[in-house]
Design a protein around this ligand. Sequence first.
Ligand code: ADP
Length: 278
Amino acid sequence: ALVNVSVVRDSREYPIYFIAQIQDISDRYAIEQMKNEFISIVSHELRTPLTAIHGSLGILESGIYHNNSEKFNHLISIALNNSDRLVRLVNDILDLERLESQKTELVKEACEVTDLIEQAVETVQPLADTAKIHLDWTPLAVSVWAAPDAIVQTLTNLLSNAIKFSPAGSTVSVKAEVIEAKDSNREKVRENTHTSLPYILFSTCDRGRGIPADKLETIFGRFQQVDVQDSRHKGGTGLGLAICKSIVQQHQGQIWVESLWGTGSTFYFTLPVQPPAE
Ligand code: ADP
């Protein structure tokens, strides 16, 4: 607690009374601690690729490998891959920081659900082709009240994760459906703030590795993974789901995952059909 005491005096400077102000700063303290923790993880995450880039460039500079030799090219590709990783990390960190500090307010408008899904599918199609994953999507000719770029980014993050964690030859699907609030019997959705209005329920479904029960909530946190190797092996940053969560929450929506370890995962999120009442 923070204690602040001040003295109130009369015209002859005699103390009349004291004012004691006691402020509970445990929230502020917790936020401060979270920030410090975030900074220490970020520094570690940035240092790893930087060390790899520095190391490879150092060996290249020493001249021990001939230009275009196998070793030489391998070191160049280490430096390039790690600088790509740095760019992705810095972009995700900035995105998340901007979203959380609400520096850029998401500008919402009525947008067609089909367009949002189509754009996200187009973005991840090359990834799906490379991984030999069939992408299946269903149009929905309804509009939703949302910031279109942010929702495309959310769908893109969920779909690229679904593709990354699925075996070749399997299908990843994305769809949206209109839910009348009164029909909602999903516990997660009932907690939602826009349940008195109809909303759109988006879902991405994969038949991949799945997520163990004890990780279903935590993976939406920053740098949280099912396996510590996931981000590095699969080229992720560990911030994708935290970004999705922040975007959905800024639409007064809800995001969650249902999954069985070994059989696949379905990520859900909701968006209001209409702007919320003032
Ligand atoms: P990353 O950049 O590591 O993918 P995310 O925040 O997007 O970061 O995801 C966090 C972690 O959640 C992943 O590293 C992975 O362990 C797990 N995960 C996310 N989506 C899936 C999925 N569809 N199937 C299995 N695991 C997943």
